[in-house]
Design a protein around this ligand. Structure first.
Ligand code: CP
Length: 640
């Protein structure tokens, strides 16, 4: 199987992208030389398209090649239930390259694993659209000279817009800055932000966005740039020094491009699809400071770009669509002629891969992932990432990029499992090397595969039910005494234990104030990338409004501070609250990030090797609260 596929923008290095741009500049030569003569391209589109399919087909024909097309896979045997894997295998016999669009995230990676010919991703669900990014970068470079240092505002549906995800990775690699201006509830997904931070050291800093929101939308803007003040600074919302630094960073900022996107209604439940959406129109055109700001859009547009822009020199989206042909001619030639030396993504090369030794194992939490919707076409493979010396073991889905925390690990030879803990790092590295590492979603899954539990060391109880109750009551009283305006209060629990404690705090406040308080929860890993409303539980209410709110973030234990950092990132992606205060049942120290909780039920001195587990009655079979401290016994010492 060839490796020269374009599934993600990460499959191309910056030099390779520049090479494709040079080829696009010389597309007339490619056309006259008929460099695609004898080649057949198959276009397999499981979703509608105008630009991507037709520009690929036009490109192939201009290169002298031919095209076989399934413009609507509902008219193919996919409608009878044929899998992506079988389709890829079969069509590989008919064509030299497959250009595939699919509605599931990661589906084109699955096609690439089963095809015997080269594969190009023409858009996979809400995940990536790398050939569109080549058109976007080429257009930007043509207009602005170079990409490094440009300030690009991305606007609209940043959550579901696959063009946006590929684009921000590429802009980061070329050293451009990004201002995000998301429609309410459609912020950049957390997994995208994490990757920007991990791979490109980009950090997210809130900016005084009123200048932008006045002309476009009511949402908050964030400035993504390497090595700038981190958003954690906002934890102390009253810290005017930090806010001033951030504001001066962007005051007078030159905006080189506005990249607008449509609301991706096809990827939303009906309730989310309704509501306001930003529009760029005459107000934007009249502002002097945008006189050199080009407006881009991957198209199709719906209502978000006023037709007034069509006649303005700054509206370059039709030019952007026209560049689809020279760019895709260049891409096809690049993959045909030079594909065998095209590198595989840097991430894939340097990453630690885990493949489950069993046919069942951990599941990607993204419900729109191909691994969830068509598991038969995929393999149980993940990239393993460790979050710092005391951190979690994270699995990144190799199909859709979503990340989640490993909870249970096992050893395939001894058939023993236990909760993941950093103390097991050496054992896990050894099991991985020997192909013996198993990871499970649940105890039920481990036991179905014949695994039994490892033993842990002696446990000591440090809080009983009465102490837990009294600590939560005391935290609730402090929150109330600090609360100047109960109408602005929003209590946010970190799932799962933090969420339960948040509900108990809300109940205490409700009793004291004789009124209900708004309650939300968030998940720092897994499918839950958004702030979710818990009370009032009315799906018609839409996204939670954070502007000017006083948030109480609640978790059970604070240790390294990393969970809080992630939780803050999720909150600030959803809006700009007035303040965030942190309430924890237990502070066990050993911080890696300078976060200080405002409300603490109990400080407990623990050794670094010790573990703390909070058992809450809502979640325990015995219905009793308790807090236990215990040590991990290395599985190497405990074969029983
Ligand atoms: N930009 C883009 O992907 O357009 P189509 O959906 O028309 O292919």
């Amino acid at each position: 199987m060839t490796t020269a596929n374009l599934v993600s923008i990460a499959d191309l290095s910056n030099d390779e992208i520049e090479e494709i741009f040079d080829l696009a500049d010389a597309s007339d030569k490619l056309r006259s030389k008929k460099v695609g003569h004898g080649k057949i391209m198959a276009t397999l589109f499981y979703e509608p398209s105008t630009r991507t399919r037709l520009s690929f087909e036009s490109s192939m024909q201009r290169l002298g090649g031919t095209v076989i097309s399934c413009s609507d896979m509902q008219a193919s045997s996919a409608a009878k239930g044929e899998s992506v894997a079988d389709t890829a295998k079969v069509v590989s016999s008919y064509a030299d390259v497959l250009v595939v669009r699919h509605y599931w995230d990661g589906a084109v990676q699955a096609v690439a694993e089963h095809a015997d010919v080269q594969v190009i991703n023409a858009g996979d669900g809400g995940h990536e659209h790398p050939s569109q990014t080549l058109c976007d970068l080429y257009t930007l470079r043509k207009e602005k000279g170079e990409l490094k240092g440009l300030n690009v505002v991305i606007c609209g549906d940043l959550k579901n817009g696959r063009t946006i995800h590929s684009l921000v990775y590429a802009l980061a690699r070329f050293g451009a800055n990004v201002v995000t201006l998301a429609a309410n509830g459609m912020e950049l997904p957390h997994y995208v932000l994490e990757r920007l931070e991990r791979e490109f050291q980009y950090t997210l800093a809130p900016v005084a966005s009123d200048d932008l929101s006045a002309v476009v939308t009511e949402t908050d803007a964030f400035y993504l740039t390497p090595k700038q003040p981190h958003q954690l600074a906002l934890f102390t919302a009253l810290d005017s020094t930090i806010q001033t630094r951030i504001t001066s960073l962007v005051s007078g900022l030159r905006y080189d491009a506005f990249y607008m996107t449509r609301k991706q209604k096809e990827r939303m439940p009906n309730s989310a699809a309704a509501g306001d959406y930003p529009i760029i129109g005459s107000k934007f055109l009249r502002e002097h400071r945008f006189k050199d700001t080009v407006v881009m859009h991957p198209l199709p547009r719906v209502d978000e770009l006023s037709p007034e822009l069509d006649k303005d020199r700054r509206g370059i989206y039709f030019k952007q669509a026209a560049y689809g042909v020279p760019i895709r001619m260049a891409l096809l030639h690049f993959l045909f002629e030079k594909g065998r030396r095209a590198r595989i993504s840097k991430t894939a090369n340097s990453s630690v891969l885990f493949e489950s030794p069993h046919p069942i194992g951990p599941h990607c939490p993204n419900l729109k992932c191909i691994t969830v919707n068509e598991p038969g076409s995929t393999r149980l493979r993940f990239e393993l990432q460790s979050e710092g010396p005391s951190g979690a073991l994270i699995l990144r889905c190799l199909y859709c990029d979503h990340r989640f925390k490993a909870q249970l690990v096992g050893q395939a030879t001894s058939k023993k499992y236990c909760a993941y803990d950093i103390a097991l790092a050496d054992s896990i590295a050894r099991w991985l090397k020997n192909g013996e590492l198993a990871i499970f979603d649940s105890i039920k899954q481990a036991e179905e595969l014949g695994y039994g539990p490892y033993k842990s060391g002696p446990r000591r109880a440090i809080m009983d039910q009465a102490e837990v109750d009294s600590a939560i009551q005391q935290i609730s009283a402090q929150i109330l005494s600090d609360c100047a305006d109960p109408d602005r209060l929003l209590i946010v629990g970190v799932k799962t234990n933090g969420s339960m404690i948040a509900q108990r705090i809300a109940t205490h406040l409700e009793r004291a104030q004789k009124r209900k308080f708004e309650l939300a929860e968030l998940e720092t890993y897994g499918a839950g990338e958004d702030l979710r409303r818990v009370f009032p539980a009315d799906p018609e209410l839409g996204p939670i409004q954070l502007r000017d709110r006083s948030i109480i973030l609640v978790d059970d234990v604070i240790h390294t501070g990393r969970t809080v950092k992630t939780a803050l990132s999720i909150i600030f992606r959803s809006g700009r609250p007035q303040s965030v205060r942190l309430a924890v049942l237990l502070d066990r120290g050993h911080r890696q990030i300078p976060v200080k909780p405002n409300y603490v039920g109990k400080h407990i001195p623990t050794a670094d090797h010790e573990r703390v587990r909070v058992h809450l009655r809502e979640l325990e079979p015995d219905g009793v609260d308790k807090v236990l401290v215990y040590s991990i016994i290395s599985p190497g010492e405990n074969r029983s």
